[in-house]
Ligand binder design. Sequence first.
Ligand SMILES: [Zn+2]
Ligand SMILES: [Zn+2]
Length: 353
Amino acid sequence: MAPNIPEKQWAQVIEKTGGPIDYKEIPVPKPGPDEVLINIKFSGVCHTDLHAWKGDWPLPTKLPLVGGHEGAGVVVARGDLVKDIEIGDHAGIKWLNGSCLQCSFCQTADEPLCPSPILSGYTVDGSFQQYAIGKAAHVARIPKDVPLDAISPILCAGITVYKGLKESGARPGETVAIVGAGGGLGSLACQYAKAMGLQVIAIDTGDDKKKMLEGELGVKAFIDFAKTKDVVQDVQEQTEDKTGPNAVLVVAVNEGPFQQAMDYVRPRGTVVAIGLPANAFLKAPVFQTVTQMKTIKGSYVGNRKDTQEAIEFFRRGLIKAPFKTVGLSELSKVYELMEQGQIAGRYIVDTSK
Ligand SMILES: [Zn+2]
Ligand SMILES: [Zn+2]
């Protein structure tokens, strides 16, 4: 039986970059031949959504814009070409809503690098509405035994850190340092790393974070960068032969830690940049980089397979992402808290309120 799809729905709409966000009724969109319509139940709120609203990035957004790219819900309609998703299946809208599927990147499972990407809540309307459209090839398939609220932050934050860990090349039993370990991305990264059989050195500051990281997240060591005299030495001390971790994942939001990581990563090790501090540069001494064969690389979002793997780790109960739920109507309040830096864990909006 086909679900009852209304003509109108509630959405958070930005008419002008940086302008007010209006909670109002707009038409429910209709999916094209290669698309599905998802009745979004919950959506995580990511810092990228704030940047999109403020117009912080060089690429302009569509306008008017419905933001959001961590939406989880139920498929209620599909285009004629869609054969592998059924009405009633659970699915997710993620940052990469679609890609061309033709270019050399798409052909080799590097679709996040597609030169013509479709980005949810940026170049197309996203998940801060009750009904959102996704390209069928790209929507995340969510198993039915996974709660739709808890999974939503995995659709961006979880996939991003999981991809970074894969890109780091670190293998089971090896050591990875995570810089910014106590934040939203960092605490997920610690859990994925552990689940992948890696030993974790967590770098962050504050007793609350120390307690969480050493306690429930079970990291091997915590280093408080504000209290230690020598971060480099302390990190290296924690590794077996004192030569440093095999990889470093930097999810910090300022520049310093990116450069420092090159000082303590093990020879032949890899520093993976994930955080996006504004106007920051990666700088490293050429001599040591050459003679110690170190690698610096960036990691962006995952491809479709990474997405399914990241969800599967979650489904198996290996990942916990703390969250608070508020109504979609209260989105502006979440942005306010974000701007004040007052958010621990993720905020999720419930589209029914
Ligand atoms: Zn995001
Ligand atoms: Zn492409």
